[in-house]
Design a protein around this ligand. Structure first.
Ligand code: C2E
Ligand code: CA
Ligand code: CA
Ligand code: CA
Length: 277
């Protein structure tokens, strides 16, 4: 679409060439963006059900681009992954998140941080060492770090992911399968992977109030997840009805706009202050 303040070329719909150009620009500018503070981590609270106690946050990256404005991760993370730069992103998000967890611990709060991984990290045999090093450097116990991997990423080639997943699990960090239900794997297959948590994809949670099929999917993920000893998290919780229904099913954790949108560091602190005092 047209962008304000651009040259005449940008007054027209972007051509394929422009789409590639923008992608190329984003990739070449990414490291500088990380170093110059254009990239920021926002945090979305996760609460236990039924207590509504804050038990964690999910780190979600944002890029305030000087030309393109605010970019959501879906617009640049795939390009960053394809360019082989995702380690820099993961390292940055993990550091920022562990700094927060350490600050909370110093105030007597045990709040975990969840970081989204690219499946590409599982191809890197040194990745678990970097996670261990970051935990040690920030003096954070491993159980306060959750690593989220998408179902489609892990299940595409579970045998390939397994060695790195095992080593991460040995460190004591929590491993979560994200966007669960959107792939074609069976929950029973999860049993073969060293995971601790399953996150029901928000499409089912958003639909369960009006669609009996979505409701059935949510219910069966909660039941089977529990039968496998997993913590079950629902994302996309937007209203009281969804939260209450999830609580009555026994879902362990809720995340979504009802509780809070993803917040900047300072807004999160204000939100927590209001919540925990
Ligand atoms: P995700 O991991 O599934 O994250 C959840 C997305 O749902 C977030 O979008 C969040 O803002 C949104 N969301 C949260 N609550 C609600 C709700 O109640 N209703 C609705 N409709 N949406 C809700 P966001 O922040 O745009 O992130 C999109 C995706 O980008 C993430 O999906 C994740 O896969 C990826 N991502 C974000 N940060 C990172 C990162 O640091 N590294 C990597 N590799 N990927 C990231
Ligand atoms: Ca996630
Ligand atoms: Ca998700
Ligand atoms: Ca997603």
């Amino acid at each position: 679409a047209a962008r304000s303040g651009g040259d005449t070329v940008r007054a027209y719909l972007p051509t394929m060439g422009q789409v590639f150009l923008r992608r190329f620009q984003l990739v070449t500018q990414f490291r500088h963006a990380l170093e110059s503070g254009q990239v920021k981590v926002h945090y979305q609270p996760k609460v236990a059900l039924p207590s509504r106690q804050v038990i964690g946050v999910e780190a979600l990256v944002r890029w305030r681009h000087p030309e393109f404005g605010r970019l959501d991760p879906d617009e640049f993370v795939p390009a960053v992954e394809a360019a082989g730069l995702v380690d820099a992103l993961t390292g940055f998000v993990m550091d920022q998140s562990l700094i927060r967890v350490r600050k909370w611990l110093d105030r007597g709060l045990r709040i975990a941080a969840a970081v989204n991984l690219s499946v590409r990290s599982l191809d890197d045999p040194h990745f678990p060492d970097r996670v261990a090093e970051a935990l040690a450097r920030h003096d954070v116990p491993p159980e306060l770090l959750t690593l989220e991997l998408t179902e489609s990423g892990v299940m595409a080639d579970p045998q390939r992911a397994l060695p790195v997943l095992r080593r991460l699990h040995t460190l004591g960090v929590t491993l979560a399968v994200d966007d669960f239900g959107t792939g074609y794997s069976s929950l029973a297959y999860l049993r073969q992977l060293p995971v601790d948590e399953v996150k029901i994809d928000k499409s089912f949670v958003l639909g369960m109030g009006t669609d009996l099929g979505d409701l059935a999917v949510v219910r069966s993920i909660v039941e089977l997840g529990h039968s496998l000893g997993l913590t079950v998290v629902a994302e996309g919780v937007e209203d009281d009805a969804a939260r209450d229904q999830l609580a009555s099913m026994g879902c362990d954790v809720a995340q979504g706009y009802l509780i809070s949108r993803p917040l900047s560091e300072s807004r999160l602190e204000a939100w927590l202050q209001a919540r925990t005092t």
